[in-house]
Design a protein around this ligand. Structure first.
Ligand SMILES: [Zn+2]
Length: 98
């Protein structure tokens, strides 16, 4: 008997301040990568699907982003941020603390 299935993994890649499409607040968003892996006998073998999402910490709205967008956001989070040079793409840069 062969036991197979899938297993989901969730990675938090970055936290960014973005204007939420849902609530319109410049709130902190978590950038997440969700990987679904094929498992055989409960051993994860290879990823079946990889999805990227951002989630607003203010209202909890989740938004799908493409891999390209996710990479761009991640680069922004690393390059920009506190005391960074930034690229000036993001006009709203107030850190949101709740
Ligand atoms: Zn929101």
């Amino acid at each position: 008997m062969i036991i197979f299935g899938t297993k989901g993994y969730l990675y938090q890649l970055a936290i960014l301040t973005l204007v939420c499409a849902q609530c319109g607040n410049p709130a902190a968003h978590t950038l997440r990568k969700r990987v679904t892996k094929f498992t055989l006998f409960f051993v994860p073998l290879f990823p079946v699907s990889t999805k990227y999402t951002t989630q607003c910490t203010f209202c909890g709205a989740e938004q799908k982003v493409t891999k390209e967008q996710a990479e761009q956001l991640q680069a922004q989070a690393i390059g920009g941020g506190q005391g960074g040079q930034g690229y000036g793409q993001q006009s709203q840069q107030q850190p949101y603390q709740s």
